[in-house]
Design a protein around this ligand. Structure first.
Ligand SMILES: Nc1ncnc2c1ncn2[C@@H]1O[C@H](COP(=O)(O)OP(=O)(O)OP(=O)(O)O)[C@@H](O)[C@H]1O
Ligand SMILES: [Mg+2]
Length: 351
């Protein structure tokens, strides 16, 4: 996929995502549709390798002592001077902080005076083929792709408060196929990761565990699912359709909980390992924010609090007007986040 941004300007923000209008063949192909559509990047359901996030840094000598936009662009460029395999492409380069001579934690160095400018950045790369497939799919639906945005970065826009990002927080977006993590501290993104486990596996477990078709298992999960058995009334029962034309059966809701709980526990333990591995586990004082469709399930916050031993809240999308009631669900965090991200980073998107 070709990036459509041109040049690099100063200031905080994602340097790979300065938009320019579509031109030439692209405009001819997509021009009749006015929607500029940021698309979220999915993780790899088979191994989490489609997207990878890591931190890097670059240093430059400042020519005229006063930091210009060109200096900031040069130091960001220097931070990207790393070998990236030919089958991967950079989708995000997000400045975390600048260090000018001995002074660190600078968010905006433009206009400051110094001799040695250092930038710390978070870089996200994606497999070229998977990015191309997403762009092709969207183009075939008659829409143009303005950007590819990592899911958890989009969700963070809609769900996390600036105070949480400053103090330190881990966003865990639990979707259908993957669980996507983004960690923030001092207002900057520090770590991103994708775990190949999500709500689809829970549905699969229910289908096998109570011998019901997958579509029924999905409905039962959404209606009666609870991942903490201790929260379920022991006398509560549910009617479950059987496979092969057999009669529906009555199953205890406790049994449903016993099927779901170990899978969610596994998921949180994997997320906890990822948070520990990041090295930022001691600085997420705001705790954990759960979002994504699977975070709707009863018991998620309570079980997460036990496993992470941190304060946990369920994150709903905010920062929008209009049909707020329709999208006020953790399921729409990425969608709302993409719109907010597009508004923040695009020079062409008008909302
Ligand atoms: N009320 C509910 N209770 C439990 N799970 C739910 C509920 N509503 C939706 N889900 C689950 O949420 C998942 C979908 O969430 P979401 O829309 O965030 O995923 P996605 O972003 O499309 O997937 P991915 O992040 O893997 O790409 C599905 O597994 C669905 O079963
Ligand atoms: Mg998702």
């Amino acid at each position: 996929m070709r990036h459509r941004w041109r040049g690099k300007t100063g200031g905080a923000g994602d340097y790979r995502h300065r938009h320019t209008p579509f031109k030439g063949a692209e405009k001819r192909r997509c021009g009749k549709y006015r929607l500029h559509c940021p698309v979220h990047k999915k993780g790899n359901r088979r191994g989490g390798a489609y997207v990878k996030g890591f931190n890097s840094h670059g240093v430059i000598a400042v020519k005229d002592r006063e930091i210009t936009k060109a200096d900031i662009a040069r130091v960001i460029e220097a931070a990207q001077a790393i070998t990236i395999p030919t089958d991967r492409e950079v989708i995000h380069v997000i400045p975390q902080e600048y260090i000018l001579d001995q002074q660190d934690c600078i968010q905006e160095p433009l206009g400051m005076t110094g001799t040695r400018l250092e930038a710390k950045v978070h870089i996200v790369t994606a497999a070229v083929a998977s990015a191309q497939n997403i762009v092709k799919s969207v183009n075939r639906a008659g829409l143009a792709v303005a950007d590819i945005v990592l899911q958890q970065i989009a969700s963070s826009e809609a769900v996390l408060g600036q105070d949480e990002k400053d103090l330190g927080v881990a966003l865990i977006d639990i979707g259908g196929g993957t669980t996507d993590i983004a960690m923030y501290h001092n207002g900057a993104i520090k770590h991103t990761a994708v775990i190949s486990l999500g709500g689809n596996q829970i549905t699969g477990d229910i289908a096998v565990g109570i011998r019901t078709p997958a579509e029924e298992a999905e409905k039962i999960k959404k209606k009666f699912g609870c991942c903490m058995t201790s929260m379920i009334d022991k006398n509560e029962t549910i009617e479950v359709p059987s496979v092969g034309g057999r009669k529906p059966r009555v199953v205890s809701r406790q049994i449903l909980g016993e099927i779901i709980e170990p899978r969610v526990e596994e998921l949180f333990q994997l997320a906890n390992q990822e948070i520990t591995k990041s090295g930022y586990d001691n600085v997420i004082a705001s705790g954990i924010v759960l979002t994504g469709g699977t975070a709707i399930m009863d018991g998620m916050v309570e079980l997460a609090e036990q496993i992470f031993n941190l304060p946990v809240r369920r994150g709903l999308p905010t920062g929008i007007g209009g049909l707020v009631d329709v999208v006020r669900s953790p399921m729409y965090s990425t969608g709302v986040g993409l719109v907010l991200y597009g508004k923040k980073h695009s020079t062409t998107l008008v909302l």
